[in-house]
Design a protein around this ligand. Sequence first.
Ligand code: N01
Length: 521
Amino acid sequence: MSLTVTDTSERVTAPRQVDTVIIGSGFAGLGAAIKLTQKGKNNFLVLERGNDVGGTWRDNTYPGAACDVPSHLYSYSFALNPDWTRSFSTQPEIQKYISSVARKYNVLDKHVFGSDVTSVTWDESTHRWNIVASTGEYTAKVVVTAVGALCEPNLPPIKGIESFEGDVFHSAQWNHDVSLEGKRVAVIGTGASAIQIVPAIADTVSHLDVYQRTAPWILPRFDREYTGLEKFAFKRIPGFQRLSRTGIYAARETQVVGLAKKPALMRIFELIAKQQINKGIKDKSLRKKVTPNFRIGCKRMLISNAYYPALDRANVDLVTDGIAEVKANSIVTADGTERQIDALVVATGFHVTDSPAYQGIYGKGGKTLAQTFEEEGQQGYKGAAVANYPNMFFLVGPNTGLGHTSMVFMIESQLNYVIDALDTIDKHDIGVIEVRKDVQDEYNADLQDRMSNSVWMNGGCASWYLDKHGNNTTLWPDFTFRFRAITRKFDLAAYRSVAESDLPISAGNTVADTDIEVAAQ
Ligand code: N01
């Protein structure tokens, strides 16, 4: 469910000039809008391609969609919600929460909804970013990109998939106009989305084929409704909710020891997950098929109590032979078996290390962020800045992802950093600021060094955590409180900057071929 918000879409003719443009309004972009407003930095806009806030939680409306981090932690620290109905909230409740926060903090009028950003180009003569969106053109001194890692659906290049004549949709673009009742359905993928979809539709469809390429590790989901007494305590007993949040945070943080430092310790989780398999599945050959062959944690650990029992149903088949071809009404696997279907759900994840969003960001010298990441790997500094992309800050940038706890914690850490950066820019009248490449390189060398003992690098799996260079450029390889510590304050010394008044031409002039060499601090 998404709350209706005022549609502030507008079409502008001349470029609209603002201090800051935020792209995207999920947890990160919305958080940035709130923090900027609280700081009195009101000359900003949020360009959001959807018609509501919420980002991935607005888009992922598939049956069974829910968070695998408890909501008392998966929420803003400055907007705790005592009314969560259960420990692991469902998508509608999370979306309702995000919408209510946007209203409470009065930032909806800063949003330009329906604003699909097609290019963001650094103008070396004006020292501003030129932004082209479906709602018009904008210029900004600073751009904060908050597009998220899970926003561009990955459609698999499976032979013949375009010739399928039934209903077909990606998990993040669920078509609610299509009823799956009584239909023969196939789900491709067995990741976090698929294992929520499968049990949610298994008793509605007539038959379900689940196409598994790699078996995931699945742990129990300790989900339950909160009692009236608990909800009363969350609301009325001072500190109770924050204490509960801290307890969840601390318990989850212990996983970092196994994930990032001593993968052998993860065996204990494998034992628990194997019990889960035995509990949920009677058929021994099926148990074997769903048992992963890599160390738990190498790919994201999933949680579900309903997935294995769903696979064990008479009307559900797990198909482990690779898909050779999709035909008009069927899927053919490598062994030649053809299975008839009426509808196809593609739960194959997202473009994470190769997001199309990077193709439209043109930095110094006209190089796209996609090109930079292609050549150098997806590297940044503290997940917030990338050399050659001046006056641009990233939320949920490189190496800020997590496999064990709340992304909102990381987002709030980054918000501290970016808002402090904007304060620093104002305080020192900085016109252009850019992270130093040597500092960025040193930061990444240290990051990959710390990553080297982790389960993600040694767990024996292929995952979207790694880029094509074999580096893990998505995850933070340490305790999250360490990330909080390094992002508490903006570190100007890591950047080159030049004062607005020292720029060769003042912003707003458009003299061609003026190349700014950003002066060393
Ligand atoms: O995507 P995934 P997702 N042919 O990339 C398979 C978050 N999330 O949408 O493992 C056949 O995890 C692929 O197989 P393999 C969470 O961060 C959170 O499920 O690559 N199969 C895999 O099984 C999560 O990590 C929640 O071999 C193909 C699946 O598709 C992220 O979103 C809920 C294929 C993709 O799994 C993404 O999850 C849901 C092909 N060509 C999601 N290509 C919460 O609860 C891919 N696959 C918070």
